[in-house]
Design a protein around this ligand. Structure first.
Ligand code: MG
Length: 176
């Protein structure tokens, strides 16, 4: 079986600038490029899993998100897209949830498609919806404190589900 890291984007890989949609505003969180390299070298398949309700709300387009993703990959220094698959969930919160986290749909599909071991695969993110999606999919979840909404850290959920908390992706990768 394979093992995987499912990574949230805003607040986990890049600085959460609130409805990021301009590639010029893409700014990597320090250490992320090296952390992803370490994870890949350790045999983890990488997946990108991002909620982009700004599309559903009409603030920006899917192509804006794709442009930001390309800029992020460029800044990461990878020659090719390091993510085996990417899920961009465009729903706004008042639309029916399909892929939008905390829906575990993307995770469940990837587990089956890529023969992933749930016990050694992780969902990593800076919001409740990230770790909740991981728990609902039956994989491991980790919470990082590199997002912008630290005041709304989901402490109850973290404690109830024994979710490990890390300063950032670098800290998470160090314990793999
Ligand atoms: Mg986030």
């Amino acid at each position: 079986m394979n093992k995987a890291l499912f990574l949230d984007r805003d607040g986990t890989l890049v600085v959460d600038t609130h409805y990021l949609h301009n590639p010029e505003d893409v700014q990597l969180i320090p250490g992320v490029a090296e952390a992803l390299s370490i994870a890949r070298d350790a045999g983890y398949l990488l997946f990108l899993f991002t909620n982009q309700s700004g599309i559903g709300r009409g603030y920006y387009l899917m192509e804006d998100v794709l442009a930001c993703n390309r800029e992020m990959i460029h800044q990461l220094g990878f020659k090719e897209d390091p993510f085996l698959e990417t899920c961009i969930a465009p729903e706004s919160p008042d639309e029916m949830e399909i892929y939008r986290k905390p829906s575990p749909k993307f995770l469940l599909e990837m587990l089956e498609k890529h023969d992933l071991d749930p016990d050694s695969s992780w969902m990593v993110g800076d919001k409740l919806c990230d770790v909740e999606a991981g728990v609902r999919a039956g994989i491991r979840s980790a919470y990082v404190l590199s997002g912008k909404d630290l005041d709304v850290k989901p402490q109850k959920f973290i404690e109830k589900n024994a979710i490990p908390v890390f300063e950032d992706l670098t800290g998470f990768v160090a314990q793999l």
